[in-house]
Design a protein around this ligand. Structure first.
Ligand code: GAR
Length: 217
């Protein structure tokens, strides 16, 4: 079966990109990364992509007259590479409505909270301040509103009493690295289909269940 062609958009470290690179290295994984685009020339994720022999492109806002031209360049890069699913992986730039509409149901994001709770930035600080006991991470289809859209998969992560934003962030990141490849796998296998505001799942694996509830075995 032909593999689903992924385009991954990054802005920095690229640890989620790495989790996708590692998953795609398995011969039976149903997707492959055909392009990594960064809006920052110094993003470490670009090195990760090069080490895996994946084509990269830098599209920086400052190189374009306006936001529409930037979005057009981004779109052209993805289309010319034959991308079928765009994966935002720490891409810290809000995408304009036209781009989101163009890639409707072909654009997914990973976010370090249990959406719809804690949208936006500084998530782990805000989770600790709110006294939340369980947080997590979410992969979702992207809609024009920030951190909004049909949820594909989530993982629950306990908040420990002595957590700092950094220790909590590290624990959440471990789960991010499990759910992003799993979300891509489900989509590529046709097992996670957006149906209005929700996603219909055609499969719930042991991994899926263990991610949702890591506390009660
Ligand atoms: C990840 O924690 C990701 O969930 C978050 O940025 C980090 C990127 O790390 N994304 C967002 O907050 C999007 N709203 P990475 O570059 O190591 O993958």
């Amino acid at each position: 079966m032909a593999k689903l062609k992924l385009g991954v958009l990054i802005s920095g470290r690229g640890s989620n990109l790495q989790s996708l690179i590692d998953a795609c290295a398995a011969p039976d994984f149903p997707a492959e990364i055909v392009l990594v685009v960064s809006n920052k020339a110094d993003a470490y994720g670009l090195e990760r992509a090069s080490q895996a022999a994946i084509p990269t492109k830098v599209v920086e806002k400052t190189d374009y007259q306006n936001r529409d031209d930037f979005d057009a360049a981004l779109n052209d890069a993805l289309e010319s590479a034959g991308v079928e699913l765009v994966c935002l992986a720490g891409f810290m730039l809000l995408l304009q409505d036209a781009f989101v509409t163009k890639w409707h149901n072909k654009l997914i994001n990973i976010h370090p909270s249990l959406l719809p709770a804690f949208r936006g930035l500084h998530i782990h600080e805000r989770v600790i301040e709110a006294g939340v006991r369980i947080t997590g991470c979410t992969v979702h289809y992207v809609r024009p509103e920030v951190d909004d859209g049909p949820i594909i998969i989530q993982a629950a992560v306990p908040v420990h009493p002595d957590d700092t934003p950094d220790t909590l962030g590290e624990r959440v990141l471990e789960s991010e690295h499990k759910i992003y490849p799993e979300a891509v796998r489900l989509i590529a296998m046709g097992k996670a289909k957006p149906d209005g505001d929700v996603v219909t799942l055609g499969e719930k694996t042991e991994l899926f269940e263990s991610l949702i509830n890591p506390i009660v075995k």
